[in-house]
Each structure stands twice: as structure tokens, then as C-alpha cells.
Design a binder for this molecule. Structure first.
Ligand code: FAD
Ligand code: DLZ
Length: 441
């Protein structure tokens, strides 16, 4: 529980680049008359992997817009820009600097998503001159405790069984105690082959607003050697912009999401996917809200069950499951290399210069859009890396670099677990290229 503030000196409240939610736990008891919100653009976060230019621009733009949103509510924001000459370029450095210039009663932080930075913030709490309250990130549906309770005593963790419990607990797509339609999972109906002449719908992209244009210019100037182009930037950077994308998806795209979930075709980067991972991961939109709205589309008879169940499974099932696995197994998970893979990543993962047309297509969309859809990430680049025996560190580095939605808690169980079997069967029962499960002894 948050500490009560009794001295009148206020609380310093840290908001990280992927914590841009009005209902963030670190902001829950905010008193605009006494408290200060700290937000800092720092080189440590922008370069611990050399993130795609669009990812940095997205985060800086979304942070700047969120700070303006707080200021409009009368909140004082100590906002440190990337080109501030006094910037220490680390989150912990900026916390110390803020405490040096103004006395605070305490610091409030929402637990951070990556183990690396979580370690640094825990160390900061141990040396800070005021109490540091590290709070749960309640934007996730399944808490760490709840996941640990579910995993406890199980010899293997399977997303399908976790997902069923989440469905029951949330009461989503349920018919009393039974799953809606009599089946938990309609995956078998999500693998249709594209029929000749069928094209995916035109998608709503977001033109950069003035704040985003400023962030794009800063990134072009300060991170010119990072991977990827900025020309096609089209990601929402505010909650309102993200809502347009969600509403468009739910109305026009979701009804066909299930049929073509596993399909890919040359030159079509978006297919029938949601294009919402950047916004959910930043906190611009709420995962449970999206699941409930998708269910409402089904209940209104506007989308079939295989589409809506398939979509909800990705968020309520996979997203929550991989986060649970990451925090259950980290830091040991970061060193897993079950298949003893030791090769370097081929250069064509960066250049796209290869005769393998599907690989060239994925590299092109990753470079231009900082995006590839799930099947491309899993079956094309992930599966190929596993077959080539690429070291898991190199695979992680590539995925963390190229995608605008990449954070280690979600990226790593997908690469080391689902795509390459480097975790030895924690996330999946077999490598995708294998026809039957591998015994991990
Ligand atoms: P949709 O296909 O429309 O799915 C809807 C939402 O479900 C997504 O936005 C996402 O929040 C969630 N989701 C779907 N699949 C997964 C999954 N396997 N794990 C977690 N959440 C899921 N997702 C990330 O957010 N960040 C990553 O760094 C990331 N790395 C990946 C690496 C590999 C090797 C693989 C196979 C998958 C990875 N994913 C990652 C999951 C998934 O590919 C992306 O979430 C998805 O492509 C984002 O596009 P979308 O919003 O159009 O998704
Ligand atoms: C990814 C990222 C980047 C590129 N830059 C910043 C930043 O300058 N300031 C910040 O607060 N957060 C940034 N982030 C997001 C953090 O890396 C993220 O909060 C942690 O990795 C935990 O998920």
C-alpha cells in the first residue's frame, strides 16, 4: 500500500516510457498541490539495445504527449529531454538529480517491465535518502502472485490451461461454467489459406502530430546510426489516437481476424492484425477493456466466435502467459540455450538481401514499419534462426532492435521460448520445425 505523506514535501512519482496510463499505480494517490511527476528521456534506455528509430521516436513522442496531458490536469511534471545538457542519461541518475534539487517525502514507482531496469530501481531504493515505494503494475490482468500460484507444482506450463483459468476468472466468452460455443479454443479454424484475389482491408495509420514530428526530428538528428527508417512512421502516440485504431479494428477488421490469423502474402504487412501492440505495451490502451469490447462485438452478432476467441486468446492468454513466464524464470531464463546454438545472425537479417522472398519481405517491413505480424516473426525469422543455429543472444538482440513493440518481458519468452526452443520447452512443447515434442529429460 502507498505510504501516507505527512510532511507536506510531496512525493516524487516516476513514470517510465512504457507506463503512460492515467491509472498507473505510481499516480494513484497523486496530489497535484504537492507532488511532482518525473519523466526522463535517457540514452541508457535508448541504446541498451540499438532500438529501431521508430521505437525511440514513438516512446519520446508518447512520453511528451503524456506529460502535456498531466500538465493540463494541473500536475507538475519534471520532464527531462534527451538533449538537456544536464541529463545524466540514466533513469536512476535522473531520480538522484531530482532528489538533489528538491526535498521529497518519498518516491513512488510502478514496478518496471524489464528485469535489467527493475534491478537498478531496486538498488536505488536501497540507497535513496527517502523511502521508495515500488508498486505493482496493475495494468496487467494476472498479477505475479496469481501467476506463481497457477504455476506452482506444475511440471509443465501450458498457455492453454492458463488461458482457461483467465477466461473463467474474467468471465469472458463464458456460457455459465462452460466456454462459449462449447470449445475453449478455435485455433483449428484460424488457419485458412488466402483465396486468390482476396486483399486485406486498408488500415488506419496515424499521421504524426506536432509532438511526434518533433520527436521524429530529434531521433533523426541524435540516433542516425540506428536501424530503420522514420519516413513511414504511423504509430499512435496518444490514448485518443490509439482509440481510433482500436475502434477501426473492432468494427472493420476483427470479423475476419480468425480466418486469416495465420496467413501471410508478399507486400501486405498488416493482414487482418490489430496493430495495437505498441499502444497496449505503452499503456495508451487497456488490455482488459479491449478483450471486453471484442467480446461485445461477438455478443452483438457482428463478428464470429473463431475471430473473437482467437483475438482474445492472444491478449488474455499469450500476452499474460509470457509475462508470467518471464518474471517466474528471470534472470536464469536470459541465459537459456537448450539447443546449444552458437552461430552468428546472418547479415541478411539486417540487409534483406536474400533470395528467400519471405525473409526479404519480413526484413523490409521490419525496417520500414518497425513491425511484422506474428506469423512472420514466428514462422519466418524465428523458425529460420532456430534452423540455422543462431545464438539466442543474437536472436534476442535482433528482435529487441527491430520492433517498435519490443520489451524484454514479452520479446524473450516469444524468441527463446516459442520461436527457437532455446528455453527447452517452458513455453512450447516442441520447436516449430519439429513434428513431435522433444523430451527435455
Ligand atoms: P495481433 O495479432 O492483432 O494480436 C493482438 C494482440 O495480442 C497483440 O497486440 C499483442 O498484445 C497480443 N499478442 C499476440 N501474440 C502474442 C504473443 N505471442 N505474446 C504476447 N502477446 C501477444 N509482441 C510484443 O508485444 N513485443 C515483442 O517484442 C514481441 N516479440 C515477438 C517475438 C517473436 C519471435 C514472436 C513469435 C512474437 C512476438 N510478439 C511480440 C508477439 C506478437 O507477434 C506481437 O504482439 C504482434 O505481432 C503485434 O501485432 P498486433 O498488435 O497486430 O497483434
Ligand atoms: C524503450 C525506452 C526508450 C527507448 N527510452 C526510454 C526513455 O528515454 N525513458 C524512459 O523512461 N523509458 C524509455 N524506454 C522504456 C524503458 O526501457 C522501459 O520502461 C523498460 O525497459 C521497462 O519495460
Amino acid at each position: 500500500m502507498p505510504h501516507a505523506n505527512t510532511t507536506g514535501r510531496g512525493t516524487l512519482r516516476l513514470v517510465l516510457g512504457d507506463q503512460l496510463s492515467d491509472d498507473l499505480s505510481a499516480l494513484s494517490d497523486l496530489d497535484p498541490a504537492r507532488d511532482v511527476v518525473l519523466m526522463a528521456e535517457v540514452r541508457d534506455e535508448a541504446t541498451y539495445v540499438k532500438h529501431h528509430k521508430q521505437k525511440i521516436a514513438l516512446i519520446f513522442a508518447a512520453m511528451r504527449s503524456f506529460a502535456l496531458r498531466l500538465e493540463r490536469r494541473g500536475v507538475t511534471v519534471r520532464y527531462v529531454r534527451i538533449d538537456d545538457p544536464d541529463n545524466t542519461h540514466s533513469i536512476v541518475g535522473e531520480l538522484h538529480r531530482a532528489l538533489d534539487v528538491q526535498p521529497f517525502e518519498e518516491v513512488a514507482i510502478t514496478e518496471c517491465g524489464e528485469w535489467r531496469l527493475a534491478q537498478a530501481l531496486t538498488a536505488f531504493a536501497g540507497v535513496a535518502r527517502v523511502p521508495v515505494d515500488i508498486r505493482e503494475d496493475w495494468r496487467f490482468i494476472c498479477s505475479h502472485d496469481r501467476f506463481r500460484r497457477w504455476a506452482s507444482g506444475k511440471s509443465s506450463l501450458r498457455m492453454e490451461f492458463f488461458y482457461r483459468e483467465m477466461r473463467r476468472e474474467a468471465g469472458i466468452l463464458m456460457d455459465g461454467k462452460a466456454p462459449e460455443g462449447g470449445q475453449w479454443n478455435y485455433d483449428a479454424e484460424n488457419r485458412k489459406k488466402l483465396t486468390r484475389g482476396l486483399r486485406p482491408p486498408r488500415r488506419l495509420r496515424t499521421a504524426p502530430d506536432e509532438v511526434a514530428q518533433g520527436a521524429i526530428a530529434d531521433v533523426a538528428r541524435l540516433f542516425p546510426d540506428h536501424f530503420g527508417g522514420l519516413e513511414d512512421f504511423g504509430w499512435p502516440t496518444t490514448a485518443e489516437q490509439a482509440e481510433f485504431v482500436v475502434a477501426d479494428f473492432l468494427e472493420y477488421v476483427l470479423p475476419s481476424f480468425g480466418d486469416w490469423q495465420d496467413a501471410m502474402t508478399p507486400g501486405e504487412p498488416w493482414m487482418w492484425h490489430g496493430l495495437i501492440s505498441t499502444s497496449i505495451n505503452l499503456g495508451l490502451i487497456d488490455s482488459m477493456d479491449i478483450c471486453r469490447r471484442a467480446e461485445a462485438v461477438y455478443r452483438a452478432g457482428k463478428a464470429p466466435l473463431n475471430a473473437v476467441e482467437g483475438f482474445i486468446r492472444q491478449i488474455l492468454g499469450w500476452r499474460e502467459f509470457v509475462r508470467g513466464v518471464y518474471w517466474l524464470k528471470v534472470p536464469e531464463y536470459r541465459a537459456r540455450n537448450f539447443l546449444d546454438a552458437d552461430r552468428a545472425l546472418p547479415w541478411f537479417y539486417w540487409s534483406g538481401e536474400t533470395d528467400m522472398a519471405c525473409v526479404a519481405d519480413v526484413v523490409a517491413t521490419s525496417r520500414d514499419n518497425a513491425y511484422a505480424h506474428h506469423i512472420q516473426r514466428l514462422m519466418v525469422t524465428g523458425n529460420l534462426a532456430m534452423l540455422l543455429g543462431v545464438h539466442p543472444d543474437a536472436v534476442d538482440d535482433w528482435y529487441m532492435t527491430v520492433y517498435a513493440d519490443a520489451y524484454e518481458w514479452v520479446e524473450m519468452p516469444n524468441t527463446r521460448g516459442m520461436a527457437t526452443f532455446a528455453d527447452g520447452g517452458i513455453v512450447g512443447s516442441k520447436p516449430y520445425a519439429a513434428s513431435r515434442p522433444i523430451s527435455t529429460g
